[in-house]
Design a protein around this ligand. Structure first.
Ligand code: GTP
Ligand code: SPV
Ligand code: MN
Length: 583
């Protein structure tokens, strides 16, 4: 029952003329369709069927060796005015970019099939959800989109005869890294991706639509599209409070969203609403309400094990696509720190023979699982609520070896926006380029904001004026290192202890210490029951080194000077910070 919306049909015809596929397949999202596509991909080797006894419904895929992460240097925001993309986005004049893309897409699907993927971002039928259409020549993309979005007839039904959908054109083309482009035309509701086959570059509903295009729409329409997890914490009385958290890629969103509280936190339970993206609106009650626009998780595999994240391990046991992990002789998957012994013999993520003696990693550090959110044992009963869940606190955070303490609370909304706008993190394998370099990544949105970041900060400040019942804003850092370069804080489930302090602050149940950077916990207020950690360790994790902060503030000043449209409120916050330190 594929409904051939006439606007989609016209666009498909035009794109088929350009890309010249041998066939066009309109997708309905059925199980029969999935099985047919899988069989085809097994036959060509695009996918490998995993051991069905151990990993029912699971498949394996390798991307090209040069195509294993998002490519920020080749990601563009093409607005008519350069300033509307702003100083932190790559920009090319839209006409010039269209001409370039037309060359790259010309005949790019010859000998291949074009798949027409209809999908919804957001719960089906929700007033906040939006429809996208992705055209692709990759079965891998189709099968991922089937997990990550509400795909098929459900989307055709939601779209009806409307012409309101986000267009996404993807072709693997020749997978040529020199001609790889991930391009957004926010003014045209259009995304184009060519010469890549990797996750975030090609699953166009995710970063491209739900963040870059959506952030642009959100600014115009008065809401927020954010790189945030959403979780709920149920207390022993059965009351649930929700919070969101923005940490850069590979900095712990999925893990926090699925955490299991330590045994000492009797009666508390954490529920997962989303692990990567939040669409947030002001409700009639003046609170913020957040929806997870996605339908699955595209999560980092290495480091995921039954201790660090049992909910993720249980989620990926079936119906999961594994990308760039290692493949064992028994057609099982393996990755570093999976918590099971390394296989005697395997193929690494490049397809080369691998043994435990090998010096190379078996799994790519950015290898991923794609799994249905509904399979997560901790999934919230409210994760598909059309209006979302009400937010009590917003967390910002990242990987900082020093500088940022374990947790602190901002003084008020504008100060919280300043904390988010100036947050920094060490870079990870989730994006191509150097790993471990400190960079400022405002609200974890630097690679994902579809318009001028100065305007984005202004939008956050303006939202604060409209939210009558504001969430509190915190900063967290699980990644402080000791002298030996080891993490001081054990992280994962123990992060609940920090969430508990945050909730207590929201409810006005616990005092805090006022410092130049914000309100810090008294070390003895962090519950350490059952932990191999002392109040003095916590004191160290909460310490603020003045010399480090003198350099930090200087760097923040340089960072803010980058933005041509910086709201004055943020300069005022900087001045106030300096004054509190006496710098
Ligand atoms: P994206 O999907 O790229 O947006 O990443 P993410 O923010 O969801 O990060 P994720 O939860 O997948 O974690 C990334 C890596 O950080 C994994 O290897 C985790 O094992 C590790 N990690 C997550 N939480 C913690 C923590 O609390 N402490 C430590 N030391 N490592 C953590
Ligand atoms: C991220 O890099 O933040 C991800 C993975 O969540 S990707 O979809 O590749 O962007
Ligand atoms: Mn992410």
């Amino acid at each position: 029952m594929v409904m051939r919306n006439k606007h989609v049909r016209a666009w498909v015809e035009e794109m088929a003329k350009l890309t010249q596929p041998d066939n066009i397949v309109w997708l309905d999202g059925s199980l029969e369709e999935k099985e047919r596509l899988e069989a085809e991909a097994f036959a060509t080797g695009e996918l490998i069927e995993l051991n069905q006894e151990k990993w029912p419904g699971c498949v394996y895929h390798r991307t090209a060796v040069n195509d294993v992460a998002r490519v920020e240097g080749r990601t563009y925001i093409c607005t008519t005015e350069r300033d509307d993309a702003g100083p932190t986005n790559n920009w090319v004049d839209p006409q010039e970019m269209h001409a370039k893309l037309n060359q790259l897409f010309a005949g790019s699907m010859k000998g291949r099939t074009m798949y027409v993927i209809p999908y919804i971002m957001g719960p089906a039928g929700s007033p906040v959800s939006k429809v996208g259409i992705e055209l692709t020549d990759s079965i891998y993309v189709v099968l991922n989109m089937r997990i990550m979005t509400r795909m098929g007839n459900i989307a055709w039904e939601q779209l009806g005869d409307s012409d309101r959908f986000v267009k996404g054109l993807h072709s693997k083309a020749q997978l040529d890294p020199e001609n790889r482009y991930i391009v957004h035309f926010p003014e045209e509701n259009l995304i184009a991706s060519v010469n890549s086959g990797y996750g975030g570059n090609v699953l166009l509903g995710k970063k491209c639509f739900a963040l870059r295009i959506a952030s642009y729409l959100a600014r115009n329409e008065g809401w927020l599209a954010e790189h945030m997890l959403i979780l709920g914490i149920e207390d022993p009385e059965g009351e649930t409070k929700y919070l969101t958290g923005a940490f850069p890629s590979a900095c712990g969103k999925t893990n926090l969203a699925m955490l299991i509280p330590p045994a000492s936190a009797k009666g508390y339970k954490v529920y997962t609403v989303g692990d990567d993206i939040a669409w947030i609106r002001i409700g009639e009650d003046g609170r913020l309400w957040a929806v997870n626009p996605e339908y699955g998780f595209f999560g980092v595999a290495p480091g995921t094990n039954m201790n660090s994240n049992p909910n993720a391990m249980l989620t990926v046991r079936k119906n999961t696509i594994f990308t760039n992990v290692a493949l064992t002789e028994d057609k099982e998957v393996w990755w570093e720190k999976m918590g099971v012994p390394a296989p005697e013999k395997a193929e690494d993520w490049k397809g080369n023979p691998w043994t435990p003696e090998s010096t190379e990693k078996a799994a790519n550090p950015n290898s991923r699982f794609t799994a249905p959110a509904a399979q997560c044992p901790s999934i919230s009963p409210h994760w598909e609520d059309p209006e979302g869940v009400p937010i009590s606190a917003i967390l910002f955070g990242g990987r900082r070896a020093s500088a940022a303490p374990l947790v602190y609370q901002s003084f008020d909304w504008n100060h919280g926006v300043f904390v988010g706008a100036t947050m920094a993190s060490e870079t990870t394998a989730a994006a191509a380029g150097a790993v471990g370099v400190v960079r400022r990544d405002p609200m974890a949105m630097l690679p994902f904001c579809g318009y001028n970041m100065g305007d984005y900060f202004r939008h956050w400040i303006d939202m604060g004026k409209k939210i009558t019942n504001k969430p509190l804003i915190f900063n967290i850092n699980w990644f402080r290192l000791d002298k030996n370069g080891d993490f001081i804080w054990p992280g994962f489930g123990d992060n609940f202890r920090i969430l508990k302090w945050i909730l207590d602050r929201c409810e006005g149940k616990v005092e805090a210490v006022k410092t130049p950077i914000g309100y810090l916990p008294k070390p003895e207020d962090i519950d350490l029951t059952g932990m191999d950690m002392t109040v003095d360790d916590v004191r160290e994790l909460l310490s603020i080194d003045e010399d480090v902060w003198r350099e930090e503030v200087a760097d923040i000043e340089r960072h803010l000077a980058l933005f041509d449209r910086l709201p004055d409120e943020l300069n005022q916050e900087l001045a106030a910070l300096k004054e509190r330190f006496g710098f």
